[in-house]
Every structure is written in C-alpha cells, then in structure tokens.
Design a protein around this ligand. Structure first.
Ligand code: ATP
Ligand code: MG
Length: 219
C-alpha cells in the first residue's frame, strides 16, 4: 500500500492536514527531522510525508547519491516516528521531477480529504519564483517556511505580495512562518565532512550514518 493510501486509512477524521517535506535528502539530517516535527506540532498536522526528489531540476553541488539510497536513508531516519511517512512519488518518476506535478498527484489521491502544507526552509521558499508554475503551486497547498530565530521576515513578506500581485483572481498565497531552533546543519556540510574524513556524529541519525558508511556514499 502506498503511504498516501495508508494515511487515508489510518486517519479516521473527515478532513486531515498533511505536511509535505520535499528535499533531495542527500543525506537526510536532524535539520530536516526537527523541522518536520516542529511543523507537525505547531500546525497540528496529522501526518508528514517526506518526498525525496528523483532527478531534481535544480542542481545540487557535489555528489548526489542514487535515488534508492536517498529513499532508504529517509525511511531509516523516519521509521520510528508513527506520524512520518516516505513517498516514492518523485523517485519513481522517470522524467525530471517538478513540485507542481507531485502536488497534482497528491491532490488526486487525497482529493478533498486533506489540506496540504508544504514545509520548506525559508531560504528555499524564496526561490519559488524560479520553480515551474509557482502560482499554481500556491493554489494546491499552503507553505510553512522554517526560519531561524532572528530571521528577517521582510524578504518573505515581499515574496508574498509579489505572488499576490501576479494573481488574476482574489487568491492569496498562504505562507506561514515557523521559528525553529538554529540548526546550522546541511547535507552539503555532511558530504564535505565525509569526504575529508571528519566526524558526522550528532548531525544525523546514527542509523543513517551507519547506512551511508556501509555503502561508501559520498566518499
Ligand atoms: P544541500 O546542502 O545539499 O542543499 P540541505 O541540507 O539544504 O541539502 P535539502 O534536501 O536540500 O537539504 O533540503 C530539503 C528541505 O529542508 C528544504 O526545504 C530546506 O530548506 C530544508 N532544510 C535543510 N536544512 C535545514 C535545516 N538545517 N533546518 C531547517 N530546514 C532545513
Ligand atoms: Mg538545500
């Protein structure tokens, strides 16, 4: 059974709130997990679906592990949390993977049963105008943008009014801000550390670091 169908089965409520955590997860780390957990609690979401990208349209710097490895690391990292699920929607797609296609697919599966909340880092959402069909994206889901304490929200406010001014109807972009503890963890830094034989302890779940060491990823 696909995780999306499992969620529909597990949640008895008529209307549920589903968080979507998209990313390359190359590899997944505590920054991602803390952000998802915080969104779940602060926004009373029922479940969060992690969606590792297949062939991302935006280039990543450095080594990109295979989709299957990134998917498995995400499964391992989230396995013990009953509210976290991992979807293969993007990694099973053969063409370049766009967020708008994923959202359309999720909307098809959930129809009106679920409200979708796309969880991103504040920096990632500022790039939304460079994504495919940004205004359509905003109609399929609300956004939860994670900021660090002290973050200047002016840029997000500017983005919001830009998106609203492009809109032809009365539709307004829904972007919620969520403050999370400062977590200067990034996959790039973890990959660099592995390459130069520095410690990656306490930056990501031990089960994930065991997996990537066993399979010689990012060496
Ligand atoms: P890379 O360094 O390769 O870009 P990354 O650490 O940014 O990797 P991604 O998989 O690109 O991880 O990010 C997925 C999502 O998680 C994005 O929305 C990103 O903004 C967010 N994110 C990444 N790192 C953190 C963090 N430390 N705290 C909060 N959100 C994060
Ligand atoms: Mg990134």
């Amino acid at each position: 059974m696909f995780p999306e169908e499992k969620i529909i089965k597990l949640c008895a409520k008529k209307h549920i709130k589903v968080g979507i955590m998209g990313g390359t997860f190359n590899p997944i780390h505590f920054g991602h997990l803390v952000t998802a957990e915080e969104a779940l609690k602060q926004f009373c979401l029922d479940k969060v679906i992690f969606i590792p990208t297949g062939n991302p349209p935006h280039k990543t710097s450095g080594i990109l592990a295979g989709p299957e490895d990134r998917y498995l690391m995400t499964v391992i990292a989230t396995a013990s949390n009953p509210d976290f699920f991992v979807s293969r929607i993007e990694i099973d797609r053969e063409k370049t993977s766009y967020t708008i296609d994923t959202l359309k697919e999720l909307k098809n599966i959930f129809s009106d049963r679920a409200g979708l909340y796309f969880i991103t880092g504040a920096d990632a959402i500022l790039e939304i105008l460079s994504w495919k069909e940004p205004r359509e994206i905003m109609q399929y889901c609300s956004f939860i943008a994670a900021t660090r304490p002290g973050y200047d929200i002016k840029k997000i406010e500017e983005l919001k009014s830009k998106l609203d001014s492009f809109s032809t109807n009365s539709f307004k972009a829904q972007i919620y801000l969520m403050e999370i503890p400062a977590l200067a963890i990034s996959s790039t830094d973890i990959r660099n550390r592995i390459k130069s034989n520095r410690s990656i302890k306490y930056l990501l779940p031990e089960s994930v670091s065991n997996y990537l060491l066993k399979h010689g990823l990012y060496k």
